[in-house]
Design a binder for this molecule. Structure first.
Ligand code: NDP
Length: 342
């Protein structure tokens, strides 16, 4: 298989490219910076990998069977109006470019699969509700970003199989949330952020890479909730919630009618935890106490509105992945942390 990957130089992308390369797939790294990508994927370790800056994306995509779209500006930063704009626009810009290139590929060389990242932020936040792929979108800023990000990916030609992966907090050693938490626990300064009661829907890096890999190669990974999802984006239809309920009821029937519709798959482990439990487990595995809570006001002082990313969460279940029989290697956070920190 030939696969083009945006965001390949990032935390998830790096591991995905390593895996695809190890399995002898042809990989094209679509990046903004060739020199950065060449440092991450040196030719001696990754012979045959093609690295392309934006001018070369067209040739790569036209020569690929599949595209994985992971690019986007990191959100774990202090949000200013300009940063918020770039968090959203970076995702929409890259996704739009990828979709245009796929849609305009000549017949016969068009990729047949697009796996595009989105996030569990789609659902908004709640301490009490449980979300799966059929849940409606939330009302906050991140939900809006995810909706527009997904809507852009949904513009891909209908004969391209689209898997939208709503990713939870990815746990791995060399990046993401854990890389920020580990040093604090090492210095005996670890503890929950805010109340600790917020839900933490996590997934091990290896599992999210496997899920993306599976979505690339397994035609069943198109999602059963896609027709609902598309209606959810339709603001022109006044009775859409009634319709969504009806379609939910008949979704298997609808699937049979529209076999090429797009799919949403939650990329989260089956056992989300509250943040206080995550911190307790991290402390246990590291042999350090989880005793120093960081109050809301301190986080807000440092991160501004961006503090909402860690102070609020959502309990998201991977209903679709379970239905497809996806084999989670790390369903429990304790085992995930042990494997990462061992
Ligand atoms: P990273 O932040 O590690 O990497 C994202 C990549 O996107 C970068 O390597 C970069 O690639 C590209 N990028 C960064 N800024 C911009 C920008 N302003 N404009 C265009 N491209 C940019 O992301 P992750 O690997 O952690 O995540 C991959 C995707 O999954 C992201 O879109 C993220 O939002 C989503 N996600 C991740 C979660 C996590 O816990 N890690 C949780 C939920 C969703 P280059 O420089 O090569 O162009």
């Amino acid at each position: 298989m030939a696969v083009s990957v945006t965001g390949a130089t990032g935390f998830i992308g790096k591991r995905l490219v390593q895996r695809l390369h190890a399995d002898n797939h042809n990989v094209c790294v679509l990046t903004r910076s060739k020199s950065k990508a060449e440092l991450i994927f040196p030719v001696k370790n990754f012979p045959g990998i093609i690295i392309a800056e934006e001018a070369g994306w067209k040739d790569c995509i036209e020569g690929s069977n599949a595209v994985v779209n992971l690019a986007g500006m990191p959100i774990s930063t202090r949000w200013s109006p300009e940063i918020k704009k770039e968090i959203k626009q970076s995702r929409i810009r890259v996704t739009s470019k990828v979709v245009d290139l796929i849609n305009n590929s000549p017949q016969g060389v068009q990729p047949t699969v697009l796996v595009s990242a989105t996030a569990v932020g789609y659902y908004g936040t709640s301490e009490t509700r449980v979300f799966d792929e059929s849940s409606p979108s939330g009302n906050d800023y991140l939900a809006e970003v995810c909706r527009e990000w997904e809507a852009t990916a949904l513009k891909v030609n209908k004969d391209v199989r689209l898997a939208l992966i709503r990713i939870g907090v990815v746990l791995g050693k060399d990046g993401g949330a854990l890389a920020k938490m580990i040093p604090l626990f090492m210095m005996f300064a670890g503890g929950p952020l805010g109340s600790g009661q917020q839900w933490f829907s996590w997934i091990h890096l290896e599992d999210i890479v496997n899920l993306i890999y599976e979505a690339l190669s397994n035609p069943s990974y198109r999602g059963v909730y896609s027709s609902i999802h598309q209606l959810d984006h339709c603001s022109c239809f006044p009775y859409k919630s009634v319709f969504i309920m009806l379609i939910d009821f008949f979704h298997m029937f609808i699937l049979l009618l529209f076999t090429k519709i797009s799919g949403v798959i939650n990329g989260t482990a089956p056992n989300p935890v509250r943040l206080s439990e995550m911190c307790d487990q991290l402390g246990n595995v590291m042999g350090r106490p989880s005793w120093l809570p960081v109050p809301d006001f301190a986080l807000k002082a440092v991160l501004g509105e961006g503090a909402s990313v860690v102070l609020e969460g959502q309990k998201v279940l991977p209903a679709k992945a379970k239905e497809l029989g996806f084999p989670f290697k790390y369903p429990y956070v304790k085992d995930a942390l042990k494997s990462i920190l061992s």
